[in-house]
Every structure is written in structure tokens, then in C-alpha cells.
Write a protein that binds this ligand. Structure first.
Ligand code: V47
Length: 356
């Protein structure tokens, strides 16, 4: 199968853009070594030997959600056993760890709550910014922001302006899943559709904001749908340049309606990260989200296209409620040791990927 990457290698090394068909070949080749080597060449061209991470804390203010995505182990109906909502006091108590542990970022996501008022989200941002002015607040997926527009009766641009005034620093990449209609209608429970997800990021980018983006892989999607997803992100990045990084999210199989599926294999993890690095030629960074792949796989991914490990991730819950076996967080020194042992240079960064 080695011949399968011949034409593609030439294009990549000449800095030429890959087509849909090239992308498919990356997802279908058996020659993972060549795929990895090519992705690594691009990774080193763009980011040298650096592997970045951020000192961050996750906050999941509520898991109550109006939608019912087939892959989700996190969401609950209001009042259902295992559901929670944090009031402002609980949010601030959780965030107190940020000062205690000298963190640089708080990453806030929840479900699409059917009843919390719009003011709840603005007050959360204002209170966090007042107490922790140096902390970057990365909060609310496009899916949640779409919900805020609905409950406030305002358009997305107005909502984003108000969130920014209240303290929002950047938007995380969740809720993108797989954009193709077939997957959306089977797995995404009627939530914010692909076009709207992209429109919300486009609006934020046009306001000068930065965001990340994701792809949930290893469930019911086809290779064609993966390539289609990546090309839609590449097209928006051509238009706005507002994405800082792309994050492949490895499907976790427990406590959801797709639990009968086998988890993504190591080969799939390697392939998806490497192919993403090669297709997304206009992205600076590819993140290996160790919470989903495991720390050991994340270390290897630093040579298969990835140049970032997210961060210390204190207390993540979305993924752990779907069965992730990784620890709930990792000490900064352990992350640095793991990066060094992979032959990379650890670099602490801020939320916009500037070295600290
Ligand atoms: O939107 C839900 C995904 C996302 C499962 O932007 C699942 O830097 C795997 O988006 N298995 C939330 N994934 C997490 C997320 C994220 C994480 C880290 C960094 C960033 C970033 C974003 O997790 C959801 C959904 O796409 N998800 N269920 C599951 N069973």
C-alpha cells in the first residue's frame, strides 16, 4: 500500500493543499508509518520541537440538557438522578482552585439547560472576571451560545458582544461532532446544526475573537464524513483565520446509546491526528486531548501531527462520565516529563497559544 501516499507526499512537501480524494487516501492507507512521518514533517515545520500545554481547570456548571445526543454520557434531564446545576457560589468555590494552583485558564461548558436564565451565564462570567482578572475564560460551545440566543431573543452577534463584555475570552470547540447531515440526524438529537455551529464561530471570528474546533471520531461516521468535516473547518479558517487549534475527540463508549460500538483503536487515533494535521494546512496547532486518548497515546501523538496536549485539566467530567479511564487531571511536572520523554520541548502557553 506504500504507493498510496506517493503523490500525496510530494504535495505535502511542496506545501500544496490536499484535495477531498487525497484526504480519503490518508484515512484509508495501511501505511501508517508514512502517514505519521508526513504529519510529523508538517508538525515540525510549523511548530519545531515544541509541545505546548496550558495550566487549566474545567468547570461543568450543569449537565442538564434539552438535547439527547446518542454519544453523550454526560447529559441528564432536569430532576433526573445524577443531574446537577451549580449556583454562582458553587461556581466560585470551584474556581478558587485557579488561584490556589496558579492556573491560566478556566474551560467552562455545560448542557443546553432548558430553564436557567440568560442572566445566569452573564453573571457567572462577571463574577469570575471580577475575582480572577488574570484568568482566561474559555467558555460555552456554539451549541450553548445558540441556546442563549434563543432564551434571550437576541441575535448571536449581540449575545457574543454581551458575553465578551462580561468576561468571555474565547470559545471552545465542542458541539461540532461530525457535520454531515446523516450523522447529525442519527446522533445529535435535534441540536444546533452544522451550518449554525459554523456561523456562530464565523461571527465570533469577525468580531476579532478566537476559538477552537473539534471532531468527534470513532462512532458511526465514515471516512468521507471525516474528510468533509475537516474541509468545512478548513474553509472557515481560510475565510476568518480565527481558529487557534483543532482537536480530534476520541469517542468514549460508556453510558450512552452507542455503547455497543467498539472504542476507537490505537491505529484510528494515530490516523485521525495525522490526517488532520495534513488536511488542515491553515491551522497552526493540533491538540492531542489526552483525557480522551489516554496519556500514553497522547505522548505518541506528539510525533503523529500533534503539538499540544491541552493541559492539566483539573476535574473534567464530560468525558469521564462516558467512561474515560484517564486520570481526572495531571500535575504540570508529570506533563512536562511526559513531553520531554517524547523528545519534545515542553512549553507552557496561554489560551491563545502564546508561550509563557
Ligand atoms: O461537545 C460528548 C464530546 C465535547 C462524548 O476546545 C464526547 O480546546 C467522546 O469539546 N466521547 C466536549 N467525546 C469536550 C470538548 C473539548 C475538550 C477539550 C478541549 C476542547 C477545546 C474542547 O465532548 C462535546 C462532544 O463533542 N463528547 N460525548 C463521548 N462519549
Amino acid at each position: 500500500m506504500r504507493a498510496m501516499l506517493d503523490g500525496i507526499a510530494g504535495k505535502v512537501l511542496a506545501g500544496e493543499r490536499l484535495s477531498f480524494e487525497d484526504g480519503l487516501r490518508l484515512f484509508r492507507t495501511d501505511d501508517l508509518f508514512s502517514l505519521g512521518r508526513l504529519a510529523n514533517a508538517v508538525r515540525e515545520r510549523k511548530n519545531g520541537n515544541r509541545a505546548t500545554y496550558v495550566r487549566n481547570l474545567h468547570l461543568n456548571y450543569s449537565n442538564v440538557c434539552a438535547f439527547d445526543c446518542a454519544f453523550c454520557g454526560f447529559s441528564r434531564r432536569e430532576g433526573e438522578e445524577g443531574s446537577w446545576e451549580m449556583d454562582l457560589g458553587a461556581v466560585l468555590a470551584h474556581a478558587a482552585r485557579a488561584r490556589l494552583e496558579n492556573l491560566d485558564e478556566i474551560h467552562i461548558v455545560g448542557g443546553v439547560h432548558p430553564r436557567l436564565p440568560y442572566s445566569y451565564y452573564l453573571e457567572m462570567l462577571r463574577a469570575l472576571r471580577a475575582r480572577y482578572p488574570a484568568l482566561h475564560i474559555k467558555a460555552f460551545t456554539a451549541t450553548e451560545i445558540d441556546g442563549f440566543a434563543r432564551i434571550s431573543g437576541k441575535d448571536v452577534a449581540a449575545v457574543l458582544r454581551e458575553l465578551r463584555e462580561a468576561g468571555l475570552g474565547s470559545i471552545p470547540g465542542g458541539g461540532a461532532e461530525i457535520f454531515a447531515d446523516r450523522v447529525w440526524s442519527r446522533a445529535c438529537g435535534g441540536k444546533t446544526p452544522a451550518g449554525r455551529w459554523l456561523e456562530i464561530h464565523r461571527t465570533w471570528h469577525r468580531m476579532g475573537g478566537r476559538s477552537t474546533c473539534t471532531m468527534l471520531y470513532g462512532h458511526i461516521e465514515t471516512d468521507e464524513e471525516r474528510v468533509d468535516h475537516l474541509l468545512r473547518l478548513r474553509a472557515l479558517q481560510d475565510e476568518t483565520g480565527g481558529f487557534t487549534a483543532f482537536i480530534p475527540l476520541a469517542f468514549q463508549t460508556e453510558n450512552n446509546r452507542l455503547s455497543h460500538l467498539p472504542p476507537p483503536t490505537a491505529r484510528t487515533d494515530l490516523r485521525v491526528h495525522a490526517a488532520s494535521r495534513l488536511i488542515l494546512d491553515n491551522f497552526d496547532h493540533i491538540k492531542a486531548y489526552w483525557v480522551m486518548t489516554g496519556l500514553k497515546m497522547a505522548q505518541v501523538l506528539l510525533s503523529f501531527g500533534a503539538d499540544d496536549l491541552d493541559g492539566t485539566v483539573v476535574e473534567e467530567r464530560v468525558v469521564h462520565m462516558a467512561g474515560a479511564e484517564s486520570p481526572p487531571g495531571v500535575a504540570e511536572e508529570d506533563l512536562r516529563t511526559l513531553i520531554r520523554e517524547a523528545g519534545r520541548e515542553p512549553v507552557r502557553r496561554d489560551s491563545l497559544y502564546r508561550p509563557l
